[in-house]
Design a protein around this ligand. Structure first.
Ligand SMILES: Cc1cc2nc3c(=O)[nH]c(=O)nc-3n(C[C@H](O)[C@H](O)[C@H](O)COP(=O)(O)O)c2cc1C
Length: 205
């Protein structure tokens, strides 16, 4: 069992999504002691934004040194996903969407011909066959369909586009609604993650 954890908070040790990802990792390892965990923390070590000098590296034929270096980063990130049986994405909500560091990770991973392809039948995702757990942390609370939530629908769209449709979302929300509410939200998210690791994910299956 290979587990890839993608962290993307700017808040380091104070991060709620990081804390929940660590909680989940511990629960997964307790259920699956032979599990191997790889952490890709793009919040702490951000990837470079794609710009004119680099975009061809992942969307076309890489030629220049910069383009080749960009493609190499993309290759590494994709290899981490392809090696994983379970991908955990820890996503803080910043300004109603995902963090820019996580968006950049997706920009590197959602590569034509590797993550998806188009045919007469439309787009086809190519990264399926693995489970995904998304951990969301946010100060407010966003019921399904709330137009202010530019985080979860965006994540569902990107994951689905790549064929990552076996995705479970766990939310810690209402974190700014007072100390008691924050505590309760964290406890609820932690118990959902423990349950996922021990039973619902059926990791050993
Ligand atoms: C720059 C920034 C922007 C934020 N924007 C929002 C927001 O639009 N909506 C919201 O509900 N919470 C917002 N928050 C609160 C975060 O979602 C909350 O702090 C959450 O715990 C972030 O996850 P993290 O602790 O893993 O970084 C914002 C926080 C920061 C630092």
């Amino acid at each position: 069992m290979n587990i890839l954890i993608v962290k993307s908070s700017a808040q380091g040790a104070a991060s709620v999504s990081n804390r929940l990802a660590d909680h989940f990792a511990a629960a997964v390892l307790a259920a699956e002691p032979a599990g191997k965990i790889v952490v890709r923390d793009v919040g702490r070590n951000p990837l470079p934004h794609l710009v004119e000098d680099t975009i061809v590296g992942i969307r076309g034929e890489a030629q220049s040194e910069t383009e080749l270096a960009t493609r190499q980063i993309s290759d590494e990130l994709l290899a981490e996903v392809q090696a994983a049986d379970l991908v955990v994405i820890a996503s803080p909500m910043y300004n109603f969407g995902i963090s820019s560091t996580l968006k950049t990770w997706f920009d590197f991973v959602l590569r034509p011909r590797i993550a998806f392809r188009y045919s007469e039948a439309g787009p086809e995702g190519l990264l399926g066959g693995r489970k995904v757990v998304v951990i969301e942390s946010r100060a407010g609370a966003y019921e399904a369909g709330n137009a202010m939530d530019g985080q979860e629908p965006h994540l569902r769209a990107m994951l689905g586009f790549a064929g990552l449709t076996d995705a479970t979302f766990v939310r810690a929300e209402g974190l700014a609604f007072g100390e008691e509410a924050a505590k309760a939200a964290l406890a609820k998210a932690e118990s959902e993650l423990t349950a996922l690791a021990t039973t619902r994910l059926k990791l050993a299956a």
